[in-house]
Write a protein that binds this ligand. Structure first.
Ligand code: ATP
Length: 601
């Protein structure tokens, strides 16, 4: 069977031998790119058709083929057409960028054939939540809470990039048959948040009923708008009524409680409050996924168990104060706001080398103590409230890894006897002995430090947030240790986006060997911006109010369900690579963008 790709064709199924469609006469293409066979139509959207396909070079495994097909009105408007093409390309880019998450389809291919654009992605075998609702009826409370938690964790991941989905609704969530997990699809109007990007796309701004007003009317979207759409999705699943019909725009109020009453459905007050907060106006709405996760967890886990790290405690047998230090030379560069080099100098620092065996060494740089201002000023572009208030911190001297831990170093330590938990000796996605290790959780990193401490008799640990920021800034007060901006020639991040007035560059789509940029910061440390995020020891605090001023790990009042990481990664926007930027994940999460470097105190 050959499927006719003419979107207007009324009867697209043709016999295998046909060259032209027996219904519309269009020329037939048996295999796209000599590889992908279209089998049937799955759906049609604003500017594309989605087909079920087969990959003939992978034993005819099923896949999803999206065909860019703008409407007639779009085709005759060059500006609109150009924007639609770029959105289609962005969808492919987004899938590639997010493929690390198991609940987002992988991108298989993006290509042009016969002057038409196609995107091929992983088929998620399952049922959309809309279909499930239509076939099984309204969701009960406990299923809804479980599903909300699952989706919110996916949102937490995409928001950390930061990407906004902008079209969350039951049609775009599939429950995967094989494991019951939810998968988020259709990144067709998703948006990468950058401080410099125009928020008005001018094409499509979400689905009425699900997208909040600020997104529908002004094209403004944020992490909060996806959470609003999640609230509207909950209402649909709970009541079986499209959220469009549950809102009274004249009186600006929701009617979902009335609807539940009519249907004789009652829900827990806490869940009702969560839904209210998801659908609230901007200032009072949930802003971040993890606030919602905490509230949902309190519904499913009445006695919430916090993750208590078992940190290996040891009195150093081999205090670093007795180690004879060596010196190394390094080069430092400063750039102006346009990314042009304005200063280059050489300097020296002291360090010691830890012998890991087999000619493998871990270089630890001496960081002299001192005072610095932690956090970003309110004038810093794209800064977040998390980074405030700025406060003075005075630190004692310590040692910090010259580079993030490499895969060879990881393997050497992972093969040492276990202390608290097993370690995968080869977890990284981007293989290479000299590339940074990634796909390791905070818990794994703590175990690494414990094993290394036992082997060496020194007290290895993750740096505190204060130690990390002090080290990264190395005396600078600018957004990056390089200066007012950053360029893709100096660090590994998504250089197709720029910071402030800095230039755009390339996106490498993978980690780079540690130290490959050959430029250090003022303390002799490499790769502090980009390459891999680096776990810090601290639990999460939403701002620096009451933060300690001695640079130690800030345990008190912290949320142990999250641990902080810093510095940005190979797929980060430059704004999140800033010295002051901070983010967090549960201590058990592993992603191919997160690694760590170690400290010795
Ligand atoms: N990766 C996938 N796995 C399984 N089914 C999919 C996948 N992607 C899309 N589908 C199915 O195809 C339908 C249409 O796909 P999709 O939502 O991506 O496009 P659309 O809504 O038609 O287009 P637009 O991007 O314009 O919104 C979905 O509702 C879903 O049923």
């Amino acid at each position: 069977m050959i499927f006719c790709l003419n979107p207007e064709c009324q009867n697209p199924y043709n016999a295998d031998i046909s060259k032209f469609c027996q219904s519309c006469g269009a020329q037939l293409t048996p295999l796209l790119e000599n590889r992908y066979r279209v089998v049937e139509l799955l759906g049609r959207g604003g500017f594309s058709r989605t087909y079920l396909g087969e990959d003939t070079r992978r034993l005819n495994t099923k896949c999803v083929i999206k065909h860019f097909f703008p409407s007639a009105a779009t085709k005759i408007n060059p500006q609109l057409l150009e924007k639609s093409v770029s959105l289609f390309y962005e969808e492919a880019k987004r899938l590639l960028q997010l493929e690390d998450h198991p609940q987002i389809p992988n991108l298989f291919a993006y290509f042009e054939a016969d002057k038409q654009l196609y995107l091929v992605q992983q088929l998620i075998e399952g049922r959309t939540l809309l279909k499930e609702l239509q076939e099984e009826g309204c969701f009960n409370q406990s299923l809804l809470v479980k599903d909300l938690l699952d989706i919110t964790q996916i949102l937490q991941f995409i928001h950390s990039i930061p990407v906004i989905h902008r079209d969350l609704k039951p049609e775009n969530i599939i429950r995967r048959h094989k494991d019951g997990k939810l998968v988020l699809i259709d990144f067709g109007i998703s948006k990468q948040l950058t401080g410099t990007m125009d928020t008005k796309f001018g094409i499509t701004t979400g689905t009425p009923g699900y997208a909040p007003q600020e997104q529908m009317l002004y094209g403004d979207s944020s992490t909060s708008s996806d959470l609003y759409a999640l609230g509207a999705t909950s209402l649909h699943l709970l009541t079986g009524t499209h959220p469009f019909y549950l809102y009274n725009p004249r009186d600006n109020c929701w009617l979902w409680r009335e609807q539940l009453q009519v249907k004789g459905i009652s829900i827990n007050d806490k869940l009702a409050n969560i839904i209210d907060k998801l659908l609230a106006d901007l200032p009072t709405r949930y802003k971040f996924a993890d606030e919602l996760i905490d509230d949902l967890n309190s519904l499913v886990l009445p006695q919430k168990s916090e993750f208590i790290p078992q940190i290996f405690s040891l009195t150093p047998l081999n205090p670093v104060s007795q180690i004879k230090l060596k010196q190394f030379e390094f080069e430092v560069v400063t750039i102006d706001g346009l990314g042009k080099e304005i200063n280059r100098y050489s300097d020296t620092c002291e360090y010691f080398s830890e012998d890991l065996g087999n000619q493998l060494f871990l270089e630890m740089v001496y960081i002299s103590g001192g005072e610095f201002v932690m956090g970003s000023p309110s004038t810093e572009k794209d800064r977040d409230t998390y980074e405030s208030p700025q406060h003075k911190v005075t630190l004692a001297p310590f040692f910090l890894g010259k580079y993030p831990i490499s895969q060879a170093q990881w393997r050497a330590v992972a093969n040492l006897p276990e202390i608290n938990c097993p370690l995968n000796p080869d977890p990284a996605k981007f293989k290479g002995d000299n590339r940074p290790v990634e796909s390791v959780s905070w818990q794994d990193a703590v175990e690494f430090c414990a094993r290394l401490s036992r082997k060496t008799g020194k007290k290895y640990c993750l740096p505190s947030e204060a130690q990390w920021e002090y080290s990264c800034r190395s005396g600078t007060t600018t957004p990056f240790h390089f200066g007012e901006t950053i360029t893709a020639d100096l660090a590994n991040y998504d250089g197709t986006y720029n910071y402030a007035t800095g230039p755009k560059g390339r996106n490498r789509w993978e980690t780079t060997p540690i130290g490959s940029f050959s430029l250090a910061n003022g303390f002799g440390l490499y790769d502090m911006h980009g390459n891999v995020w680096e776990w810090c020891a601290d639990p999460w605090h939403t701002n620096y109010r009451d933060a300690p001023t001695d640079g130690n790990v800030w345990e008190k009042g912290g949320n142990n369900n999250y641990r902080v990481f810093r510095g940005g990664s190979w797929h980060s926007l430059p704004l999140v690579c800033r010295s002051a930027y901070r983010y967090r994940y549960p201590p058990v999460y592993r992603y191919n963008s997160i690694g760590f470097r170690v400290a010795v105190v």
